[in-house]
Design a protein around this ligand. Structure first.
Ligand code: SF4
Length: 348
């Protein structure tokens, strides 16, 4: 009897250890992207034993940038998403659009503008809907930071994984020269970094490298701020948006050569968070949804019909989308704030 009990005890321990180990190594479940019926035209992007499914015959909008408004309170001289009107969709339409995109395979939404915080309530409600109702893996915002408040973060911060804040220089005079605010940008930027930490939102920095800052040494400031990611874009000319004296902004005077961009990158690339993005990668690897819920084709005037009108799949047929560029620039990375996602073991 004694030996039977001991034997059963040992069996139970072996079972439990095995079971626990099985759980700790179990691949984290990912949402369905698309499961094609055959194996043709499929490629996999693999990371940590997980696969991202890409089907070349069908475009799957993994990550979408929704430019919900074109209005902005700043006047950056190189801006290519300048205010042509002040349209914004009713919240119900925007929610419906998010839901359609989710059904089509979207996993990450990024809210941008213009300045999205000029529509703070709309933004908060939509972020909440995307996280709470649609359970999107990642909800992020690109902002100039000037209008973000602690009150807003207290209410909606829990629905935001990443806040990307623009900062082109750690010398305020340069920011002013660029049009990035009127002299208080850095103060607000630093305050926001703190606020994001308090509210458990990943802090990311976006820098546009241009003629006024490409020689700047930002090492000390970046070390101090310690962002999760620091994306540095080479200033981009989009002919019909910011590339002539007929457009609202003329970014040609901000332009730098590839060598000048490289000079900046070489000075800063040792930071773990540093992600450079030259013009070659940037031009067509973002999937952009405009304020009318139409996809934009960068470099071409024409946009698609609204996804509410024709559906996501149909609209995507008219989009030139550089999927390879998206992967190349690390479009899939650790895009969800750990404690807000069951997917926190994914190291993208
Ligand atoms: S903050 Fe952004 S949207 Fe506003 S003007 Fe500058 S680049 Fe354009």
């Amino acid at each position: 009897m004694y030996y039977s009990v001991v034997f059963l005890g040992i069996l139970a321990i072996i079972f439990c250890v095995h079971h626990l180990r099985d759980h700790s190594h179990r691949p984290v479940t990912r949402p369905n992207v698309v499961h094609p019926k055959d194996d043709q035209n499929i490629s996999y992007q693999s990371s940590n034993d997980q696969s991202i499914l890409v089907q070349s015959s069908k475009k799957i909008p993994l990550s979408v940038n929704y430019h919900l408004t074109r209005e902005c309170n700043y006047k950056c001289g190189f801006c290519f998403h300048t205010a042509t009107d002040s349209h914004i969709e009713p919240i119900e339409n925007a929610q419906k659009a998010m839901s359609l995109l989710k059904d089509a395979g979207m996993r990450k939404i990024n809210f941008a503008g213009g300045e999205p915080f000029l529509k703070a309530k709309f933004l908060g409600q939509l972020a909440k809907y995307c996280k709470e109702t649609l359970h999107l893996e990642s909800v992020s915002i690109v902002t100039n930071g000037s209008k973000v408040t602690d009150k807003w973060l207290s209410e909606y911060g829990k629905y935001i994984d990443i806040m990307a804040v623009s900062c082109d220089s750690f010398d305020e005079k340069t920011n002013v020269k660029i049009g990035r605010g009127t002299g208080k940008h850095l103060e607000k930027f630093k305050e926001l970094a703190q606020m994001c930490e308090t509210h458990n939102v990943m802090f990311k920095v976006n820098t546009v490298v241009n003629i006024y800052n490409y020689e700047e040494d930002m090492n000390a400031a970046i070390t101090e701020i310690n962002p999760k990611r620091w994306k540095c874009f080479q200033v981009l000319i989009v002919p019909e948006e910011n590339g002539s004296d007929k457009t609202l902004r003329d970014a040609r005077k901000f332009q730098i050569t590839d060598e000048q961009f490289k000079l900046f990158c070489d000075k800063h690339r040792h930071h773990k968070c540093f992600v450079p993005e030259g013009n070659d990668v940037m031009a067509s690897s973002y999937l952009l949804l405009d304020e009318y819920l139409c996809f934009l084709n960068k470099g071409v005037k024409e946009k698609t019909k609204s996804i509410l009108e024709v559906g996501v799949e149909e609209a995507l047929k008219d989009v030139y989308w550089d999927e390879e560029g998206f992967m190349e620039r690390g479009g899939v990375y650790e895009w969800s704030e750990p404690s807000k996602s069951a997917q926190h073991k994914l190291d993208w």
